[in-house]
Design a protein around this ligand. Structure first.
Ligand SMILES: [Fe+2]
Ligand SMILES: [Fe+2]
Length: 533
């Protein structure tokens, strides 16, 4: 039996974890990880231990979807207590880092009044010394920047918190990632290796290149106690072979949310990779098995958990030639470097493409365009829309860009001209600032301010302005988080009365009446572009 060649089954879910919490993109950079540990994880676990039934009820209330509530039906209290206590013991250095960030903010608020910041270096918490620079903006508003490449090299980038949890997935529902830790159970196989370990690539290569059970067992450190479970993740059945695009133009396929694969005869590009696993479902979809053997460019639009998904990135990184990410603002706590995050989890060839910079290949190019809004007016620069030219055909992947300043698109039209097809998110209500960035705030924000500062994409007026400006012939509303297999990263369930649906319906109607092909994408979609010079 040990000699049979085995593949990793296509419905084996592999969740990246940070101390048992789902490792989303703010759990990699040391400073944002430390803040989320103390201000999100420990607080949610304390709250659960105080009132587990309140959490159980809240999880059932659709109005509280995505809120800070643990989804264990009020049970597993001892395990949550153990996790909290173990986290406090093992991550005391991260707890200290989080508190030092709070202290530094307080020192700046109290003492930085426009005079030299030099004396404040002495007052700064010891553990931050040498890892931060204190700065003013031109109006004497003080802040600090983190010297990110250095702090990644310190003990505060703690790879021992990272692990992978393997299990078999047979249906779409998964608990929301920001609020429920993953606890051990008999059906879960816990692989305690950091994300940059080469065994991660070896594991995912098993989807297409089989190995014998003896080798797999050694690679996954399978014990006698875990052998039966681990063996169930493997099968002698190979995946069906992938047929790449054979035409002379281009083909794009929608994989759900903002994940789109664009293939031409000489390049393959995957935007915002977020993949479903492959299992029986009424909703047809493209999955991992619909990816080419090699992907030339994986392109990330911005640093939100539904666009940077390590669960998918870890699975595909061995087949990616180059990752393209937007550069950040250089050390602001709320804007960690995507390049450093991806590099530190083991992605190779990660390059930053700044605004209006481009990459060319034989028959096309990518230009990174400015992306406004969607980040609660925080100074976050790690965001870009991408204009891809395939021959004479131009496609804009704008993700959650919010057209808060239409003049931007006038300037861009002057630069790049008309665009044939636009992909635009219209999640125009958006969560308040504190939903995502709350753990980074060291002073509570007033509720009215918080409510006014949304993570919101374009509404109808903003979207139609972009479409008209670029004289587009096709418009695809995407990144709406409506695919049921994405509930764990999105926590959004729209009805016909939800504003993003009403606004995007208006866009589709308005465009259709003007002879523009318009559609809100859901599930899967395939388009061939053949009229390319
Ligand atoms: Fe977003
Ligand atoms: Fe989004």
């Amino acid at each position: 039996m040990n000699d049979a060649l085995l593949y990793l089954r296509p419905n084996v879910q592999v969740e990246p974890l940070f101390d048992y919490w789902y490792a989303w993109s703010h759990l990699i950079p040391p400073a944002t990880a430390a803040r989320n540990l103390t201000e999100r994880h420990l607080k949610i676990m304390d709250s659960y231990l105080n009132a587990p039934q309140v959490h159980a009820n809240a999880v059932k209330n659709p109005k509280l979807l995505g809120g800070p509530f643990i989804d264990y039906d009020g049970k597993r209290i001892d395990e949550i207590r153990n996790l909290r206590d173990q986290t406090k013991r093992a991550r005391s250095h991260l707890i200290e880092l989080s508190s030092a960030i709070g202290s530094l903010d307080e020192i700046l608020r109290t003492h930085a009044k426009g005079f030299s910041l030099r004396p404040l270096y002495d007052m700064a918490p010891d553990l931050l010394k040498g890892y931060v620079e204190l700065v003013y903006d031109l109006n004497n508003n003080p802040s600090f920047r983190i010297i990110e490449p250095l702090i990644y090299r310190s003990r505060y980038y703690d790879r021992s918190a990272q692990s992978l949890m393997l299990s078999v997935l047979t249906a779409d529902h998964r608990p929301f990632l920001l609020s429920t830790p993953r606890l051990e159970s008999e059906s879960l196989f816990h692989l305690r290796i950091p994300f940059d370990d080469e065994a991660v690539d070896e594991l995912f290569k098993l989807k297409s290149t089989p190995r014998c059970w003896g080798e797999i067992k050694e690679m996954l450190k399978v014990t006698r106690a875990t052998e039966q479970l681990a063996r169930s993740f493997f099968t002698p059945e190979p995946l069906p072979p992938y047929s790449p695009y054979q035409g002379r133009g281009a083909r794009w396929r929608y994989f759900g949310h903002a994940c789109i694969l664009l293939e031409t005869p000489d390049v393959s590009i995957l935007f915002d990779p977020v993949l479903s696993y492959t299992y029986e479902s009424e909703i047809s979809r493209y999955t991992y098995q619909d990816l080419p053997d090699w992907i030339d460019y994986v392109i990330i639009t911005h640093n939100h958990q539904d666009h940077v998904l390590f669960e998918t990135l870890l699975q595909i990184r061995h087949k990616v030639r180059t990752f393209i990410v937007p550069p950040n603002s250089g050390g602001a706590l709320q804007d960690p470097s995507l390049k450093l995050s991806l590099t530190n989890i083991g992605c190779k060839n990660v390059i930053e493409l700044g605004e209006m910079e481009r990459i060319d290949w034989k028959t096309g190019s990518i230009i990174a365009l400015p992306f406004l809004g969607e980040h609660s007016d925080l100074n976050v620069r790690s965001k870009a829309a991408y204009l891809v030219r395939v021959g004479n055909h131009a496609l804009l992947f704008a993700a959650d860009s919010c057209n808060i300043e239409p003049r931007l698109y006038k300037h861009l039209h002057d630069e790049v001209g008309d665009i044939d097809a636009i992909f635009l998110g219209m999640e125009c209500d958006g969560a308040p600032l504190s939903w995502l960035y709350g753990p980074l705030l060291t002073k509570k924000i007033e509720r009215a301010m918080d409510e006014s500062r949304r993570l919101a994409g374009s509404n109808f007026d903003q979207a139609i302005d972009i479409v008209r400006r670029f004289n587009s012939r096709s418009v695809y509303v995407y990144a709406m988080g409506q695919e049921p297999w994405l509930g764990y990263i999105m926590s959004l369930k729209y009805t016909e009365g939800s504003r993003p649906i009403i606004e995007s319906n208006r866009l589709i109607q308005d465009c259709s009446m003007s002879g523009i092909c318009a559609e809100r994408l859901f599930g899967e979609k395939e388009i061939f572009i053949e009229d390319i010079d």
